[in-house]
Design a protein around this ligand. Structure first.
Ligand code: HPA
Length: 281
């Protein structure tokens, strides 16, 4: 794989390698963030493929990210679940970070459910809460890091894709209904995507709050950019893993993020399950 951008041939080779191991055509892609990998256990008739066995596929190196694909059925819908994802700070190019979404598109995926662990920026949010992502701040993109850099892949979408409704409004509506039905409290807000891996300074967080962020993390935005370029409909959910450290008196650790994942994962699994049930009906 070239370091900076991706070719259609590479994407097709990855897709072919997956099809060789599992002929099921997934309709829905699911990306599980830090500490949320357990959710893949509910997949029925599962075929598990380690990322390292798929040509050109970047391999995740972060504790809490298993690094494998689970393909099968959830609520009777054919799904392709990423148990763990790749982050820019691991050393991959930003295009490689979003590469799995390209492969999903070639395999016929039409919808993406993307989750992450995020820090609260909104002071109302508590660790363990869920947030429906209604929009994002593409801070990496504003700094020049976009997975769409390089020759446009016309097979997927236009050179200048619209991002006015990055997170599908009907899906958001459905998620709200399901959350209410299942008694899951769901915040809503804007996710700010940063490169990491250092957590934010109090000044960073005050800045993020001022520009309208409710949660902050180190993922999601590149994948959603590529998803929208290729016309996928996106549902995004953040699991809030730690408090906003606006005053500088709280230390944030990855262990804390993983610990909160244990609280968040069962709720996230119920919400995704309910959402898929509604989608299927
Ligand atoms: N900041 C950035 N990314 C994160 C955080 C955070 O506080 N928590 C989990 N991912």
């Amino acid at each position: 794989m070239t370091k900076d951008w991706i070719t259609i041939e590479q994407i097709k080779e990855s897709a072919q390698a997956i099809l060789t191991q599992c002929p099921l055509k997934p309709q829905i892609g699911i990306v599980l963030g830090s500490g949320l990998g357990e959710i893949a256990k509910a997949v029925e008739d599962a075929t598990t493929i380690p990322f390292k066995d798929i040509p050109h596929w970047p391999v995740s190196t972060v504790p809490g990210h298993q690094g494998q694909l689970v393909i099968g059925r959830l609520e009777n819908l054919p799904v392709m679940v990423m148990q763990g994802r790749i982050h820019y700070y691991e050393g991959y190019s930003i295009a490689q970070v979003a590469y799995p979404v390209r492969v999903m598109q070639v395999l016929g995926v039409k919808s993406l459910i993307i989750t992450n662990a995020a820090g609260a920026v909104n002071p109302e949010f508590q660790p363990g809460d869920l947030m429906l992502i209604t929009d994002h701040l593409n801070l990496m993109g504003m700094a020049g890091l976009t997975p769409l850099r390089g020759p446009n892949l016309d097979e997927f979408g236009p050179r200048f894709p619209d991002m006015s409704q990055a997170y599908d409004r009907q899906y958001a509506h459905l998620a709200r209904l399901v959350a209410a039905e299942l008694n899951i409290f769901l915040h809503e807000g804007t996710y700010a995507g940063l490169a990491g891996p250092s957590f934010e300074t109090p000044a960073d967080l005050r800045f993020l709050r001022t520009i309208g962020a409710d949660a902050v993390g180190m993922s999601t935005v590149p994948e959603v950019t590529v998803a929208r370029h290729g016309g996928l409909r996106v549902l995004g959910i953040s699991g809030i893993s730690n408090k906003a450290n606006l005053d500088g008196n709280t230390i944030t650790t990855h262990e804390e993020v993983l610990e909160a994942g244990k609280l968040i994962a069962p709720k996230m699994a119920k919400l995704i399950g309910g959402f898929l049930q509604r989608l299927a009906s």
